[in-house]
Design a protein around this ligand. Structure first.
Ligand SMILES: Nc1ncnc2c1ncn2[C@@H]1O[C@H](COP(=O)(O)OP(=O)(O)OP(=O)(O)O)[C@@H](O)[C@H]1O
Ligand SMILES: [Mg+2]
Length: 296
């Protein structure tokens, strides 16, 4: 019978040298196992096949790398975001200083974390501030996600929110809040107080500078403010594990993280490009060749 290890190696178009490097042993050992001449080769074979499998190689004719971009990696930033949102929405928590803030440059995963949180927590709701929307339009958007209604007037909105928050602690996550004019921020502060409605403002760094200039707002910001960090190599590795079900080595993860320059959207776009290359070549792992092409 043909050795399983050999069929893994051949189906994945690997050389003996490649396989040895991936498995982390001498080439001569791999060759002998494939020839079934290595002492107790059966024991080693299943272990090494398992290592190749974990590295993303399959026994069948490979179909390339399939990516599910819909996953969430629990990065340290996401964990901090969750902790803050949990703290703000805790039914028994204090309403004092109940405006949270999560900031970070573009692409760091703020919107993704916000939407994930709302999906997991029925009492949290997500509103995207559209640049140029009036105060009443923003309030209507909030009423819509909290109470599924869009009252006509500002008063109508406030009454709706007071009612909706009377017995249940809700949390409104307002995305792209860095674009809010100061007057809108002042209004939100009033809503936070009148309606007993905690808020989580999400946006780019400018948001912090803006709120710092409004003393009444500054003192109502819940500590700690969450900062979204750059995507690191470990985050990239975790992403490939979740999204593609493959384990990549640290050198590959580091190269991908560098190429993405810390942006999660770039990590995702790169993974789509790699998936296409892998399908074109029939390989189901990331090769140096693919990385070179990507970074060219
Ligand atoms: N923790 C994560 N796990 C998996 N994928 C993520 C994660 N964070 C972000 N992404 C991916 O990166 C993409 C960009 O992230 P997102 O839109 O949340 O960035 P952002 O910080 O809101 O940036 P922007 O300033 O452009 O609005 C998302 O669509 C998602 O596919
Ligand atoms: Mg965003």
């Amino acid at each position: 019978m043909e050795s399983t290890l050999r069929s893994y190696i051949e189906n994945n178009k690997l050389s003996m040298q490649d396989a040895a490097r991936l498995i982390g042993v001498d080439k001569s050992q791999i060759v002998k196992i494939c020839q079934q001449t290595y002492p107790n080769w059966q024991d080693k074979e299943s272990e090494y096949v398992e290592r190749l499998r974990k590295a993303g190689y399959t026994a069948s004719i490979p179909q390339g790398i399939a990516i599910d971009t819909d996953v969430l990696v629990l990065t340290p930033s996401v964990s901090r975001f969750k902790a803050l949102a949990d703290d703000l929405s805790s039914p028994t928590g204090t309403m004092s200083s109940s405006i949270g803030m999560a900031i970070g440059t573009a692409e760091r995963g703020k919107t993704h974390a916000s939407k994930w949180y709302v999906q997991e927590n029925p009492n949290a709701a997500y509103v995207l501030y559209v640049d140029g929307a009036t105060k009443v339009q923003l309030l209507r958007d909030i009423c819509e996600v909290v109470a599924f209604t869009r009252p006509h007037s500002m008063d109508g909105c406030i009454t709706t929110l007071i009612e909706a928050c009377k017995y249940t602690r809700r949390l409104i996550i307002i995305d792209e809040a860095d674009k809010l004019p100061v007057a809108h921020l002042e209004m939100l502060r009033g809503i936070n107080e009148r309606c007993q409605l905690p808020l989580l403002l999400v946006g780019e760094e400018g948001l912090k500078t803006k709120t710092d200039r409004v003393p009444r707002l500054r003192s109502r910001i819940r500590n700690p403010i969450v900062l979204f960090d750059r995507a690191q190599a470990v985050d990239v590795a975790a992403y490939y594990h979740e999204a593609a079900n493959i384990d990549i080595d640290m050198a590959t993860a580091t190269r991908l993280a560098q190429h993405a320059q810390g942006g999660f959207r770039s990590v995702v776009n790169d993974s789509i490009a790699i998936s296409k290359m892998s399908k074109a070549s029939g390989l189901s792992s990331i090769t140096d060749n693919m990385l070179d092409k990507l970074c060219a």
